[in-house]
Design a protein. Structure first.
Length: 296
């Protein structure tokens, strides 16, 4: 990503990146993740919580080994910490999200993790661990970027009012400038700009099994061009068949109720400048996706 003009220092300190970039197109901006590994961790989160925390050595080793085995199997795992500060409980929860499925495991303390083989669980998901209703994970890690707390916390509070204990706080999901960011599982979709006044409609769409396109950044199960194609087409009834190309330009083939659908997406030639994080003092260039054509 190209670095461009520096911001005045006074401006860089007072501007919230999500306010400055409110008009930036979001399609195709989610990280590509194959398995979400979301572990409850209640203490205060540091800026890089997965690396800087007070987990015991055995739990750290289990998490590292689990991620390594998933990576070796080609699953693209991503670890996150989650919490519900308003819930006082000794129970620790683990969520494992994969395409079309969300599993949950729990125990008192972290000892139960030692009995879990995540690579085996992903290969053969146990039916008894399945979560039937959507869960919502809101990035609130203000230690990483102040927008995540400023906008994420009101989003979390509103979601708690609507869906109760199915709303969780989560560590950095990527894309501070799109705060408030919400990961919906098992849908696997990452959403940005989910402000409190938009949440009733947002939740209604997700609960109905549809994507909420006005806030959609991308379905994390897919590479970025596929995310962009699905988001720009604004269709929840597509299933990926294959993709040809790279992150700059690709042809995506979906299965649809009407047959195979070929979609061309390409990053636009002219970049736009964004403030990627509140702590940055440089603007950066990004290249949003645009839809080229589609044919059946």
């Amino acid at each position: 990503m190209t670095t461009t003009e520096a911001l005045p220092q006074t401006q860089a300190r007072r501007v919230y990146c999500s306010e400055l970039n409110a008009a930036e197109p979001m399609a195709g901006t989610a990280d590509h993740v194959g398995v979400w590994v979301l572990l409850e961790y209640k203490p205060q989160w540091k800026p890089k919580a997965q690396a800087d925390n007070s987990l015991d050595a055995a739990t750290r080793r289990w998490l590292d080994d689990s991620l390594s085995s998933l990576q070796a199997a080609g699953h693209r795992p991503r670890p996150q910490f989650v919490r519900q500060p308003d819930v006082d409980s000794d129970e620790v929860r683990l969520f494992v999200g994969m395409p079309g499925r969300l599993l949950t495991f729990s125990g008192t303390g972290y000892g139960f993790l030692q009995r879990l083989d995540l690579a085996e669980i992903v290969a053969q998901p146990p039916a008894e661990a399945a979560v039937s209703d959507p869960l919502y994970f809101v990035c609130t890690n203000g230690q990483r970027d102040k927008c995540c707390a400023r906008y994420g916390l009101p989003c979390y509070a509103t979601l708690r009012e609507l869906v109760g204990e199915r709303a969780w706080q989560v560590t950095h999901l990527g894309g501070h400038r799109f705060a408030p960011n919400v990961l919906a599982l098992p849908q696997g979709a990452l959403y940005g700009g989910v402000h409190p006044e938009l949440i009733p409609e947002f939740v209604a769409r997700v609960e109905a099994g549809a994507l909420c396109f006005p806030q959609l950044r991308g379905r994390s199960w897919y590479p970025k061009p596929v995310q962009a194609a699905e988001a720009l087409l604004e269709r929840s009834d597509l299933r990926l068949l294959h993709v040809r190309g790279d992150d700059r330009a690709a042809t995506v083939t979906f299965a649809s109720p009407d047959g195979a659908l070929d979609v061309g997406v390409r990053q636009q030639a002219s970049p736009i400048e964004v403030l990627a994080s509140c702590g940055d003092d440089q603007l950066k260039q990004v290249f949003p996706y645009r839809l080229e054509d589609s044919s059946r």
